[in-house]
Ligand binder design. Structure first.
Ligand code: NDP
Length: 271
C-alpha cells in the first residue's frame, strides 16, 4: 500500500521534510510518497481538503505561515497543540474524515536537547521570541520539569501575553523579561532574527560557561546567534537542525506508530 503525506507552507521549496520522512519510511519498509505543497492563505483549506481526497493520505505537516489555520481546520487537538494554539502535524483518524491537530515542535526540541545530553528538569531557561516557534515549544519545555522560564521578546507585550497563557498550566517560575542576575542553563533563540543575519538585542553577559545556547534556526555555518553565544563564552552552542529532524520523527510516529532512528539523517543533513 502506498501512503501519502505532505508538508504545506509558503515558501516551501527549501523544505528538507520529504528527505527526512522518506528516510524514516525506508527504516520500516513503508511505501510513503511525501511531497512539498506550496499554498496561499486563501487556498489553504481547499488545498488541504483536496490532498485528503487521495486514497491512503495519512497526514500532513504544516509550516509557516499556516500553523494557526491548521489549528482552526482540525476537529480535535492534542494537549500540546491546544496549549500552543498552533498545529504542525495533522493526523487522519484511520478510515474516517476526522482530523487531529498535533504540535511536534516542542517535543522535537526536547528530543534534540536529550540527544545532546541536556535534561531540563529543575533548569532555568530563557526563551527569546514569542512567535509561533516559541508558542509551540513552551508546553514541552514546561512539561520537561524546568524550574524557571524567562521569556524575552522584542515586542514586550507579546512576551507578557505568553507568560499569562503559560501561567494557566505551568507550576514553574515565570518572568516576562531577562533577569541579568540569573545564570540560565539554557538560552533558546526562538526569534526569527537569524533568518535575516541579525541577533536579538540581548546582553552578552547572559551567556556564561554554564549556559547552553540553542538557536532554532539552522545553517551550514554558525548562525549569528550561535556566533554571539560562542564569542560570549557559552558552554555549547547548538542550532535547530536536530530539532527539525526530531520534530519530524514525532510526526512520523503520530502517523505510523513507529519511532524512527534519527542518527543517519542527522549526519546526512549536516554533511
Ligand atoms: P514568527 O514570525 O512567528 O515569530 C518571529 C519572532 O521573532 C517574534 O517573536 C519576533 O518579535 C522575533 N523577531 C523577528 N526578528 C527579530 C529581530 N531582528 N530581533 C529580535 N526579535 C526578532 O516566526 P516563528 O516563531 O515561526 O519562527 C522563529 C524561528 O524558529 C525561525 O528562525 C524558524 O526558522 C525557527 N523554527 C525552527 C524549527 C525547527 O524545527 N528547527 C521549527 C519552527 C521554527 P516581534 O514579536 O517583536 O515581532
Amino acid at each position: 500500500m502506498t501512503y501519502h503525506a505532505a508538508v504545506f507552507g509558503n515558501p516551501i521549496a527549501q523544505s528538507k521534510s520529504p528527505l527526512i520522512h522518506h528516510n524514516f519510511a525506508k527504516q520500516f519498509g513503508i511505501d510513503l510518497v511525501y511531497v512539498k505543497q506550496q499554498s496561499e492563505m486563501s487556498q489553504f483549506e481547499d488545498d488541504l481538503k483536496r490532498f485528503f481526497t487521495q486514497k491512503n493520505s495519512i497526514g500532513v505537516n504544516v509550516t509557516a505561515p499556516f500553523k494557526e489555520n491548521a489549528f482552526n481546520w482540525v476537529s480535535e487537538h492534542t494537549d500540546f497543540a491546544a496549549r500552543a494554539g498552533a498545529v504542525n502535524t495533522i493526523i487522519r483518524k484511520p478510515n474516517t474524515d476526522t482530523f487531529i491537530g498535533a504540535n511536534s515542535d516542542g517535543l522535537g526540541l526536547i528530543a534534540d536537547l536529550a540527544h545532546h545530553q541536556l535534561d531540563l528538569a529543575d533548569k532555568s531557561v530563557l526563551l527569546i521570541g514569542a512567535g509561533g516557534a516559541a508558542k509551540g515549544a513552551l508546553p514541552a519545555i514546561v512539561g520537561a520539569g524546568v524550574k524557571h522560564i524567562s521569556i524575552y521578546n522584542r515586542t514586550k507585550s507579546k512576551a507578557e501575553s505568553l507568560i499569562k497563557e503559560t501561567q494557566e498550566y505551568a507550576s514553574c517560575d515565570l518572568l516576562a523579561s531577562i533577569d541579568e542576575t540569573k545564570v540560565y542553563d539554557l538560552i533558546i533563540n526562538a526569534s526569527s532574527a537569524s533568518l535575516t543575519q541579525q541577533v536579538p538585542d540581548v546582553p552578552a553577559a547572559i551567556f556564561t560557561n554554564r549556559t547552553v545556547a540553542y538557536d532554532m534556526a539552522y545553517s551550514d555555518k554558525l548562525t549569528p546567534f550561535c556566533q554571539l553565544a560562542t564569542d560570549s563564552g557559552c558552554k555549547h552552542a547548538l542550532d535547530g537542525l536536530g530539532m527539525l529532524v526530531e520534530q519530524a520523527a514525532v510526526s512520523f510516529e503520530c502517523w505510523f506508530n513507529e519511532r524512527p532512528k534519527t542518527d543517519d539523517i542527522r549526519k546526512l543533513l549536516r554533511a
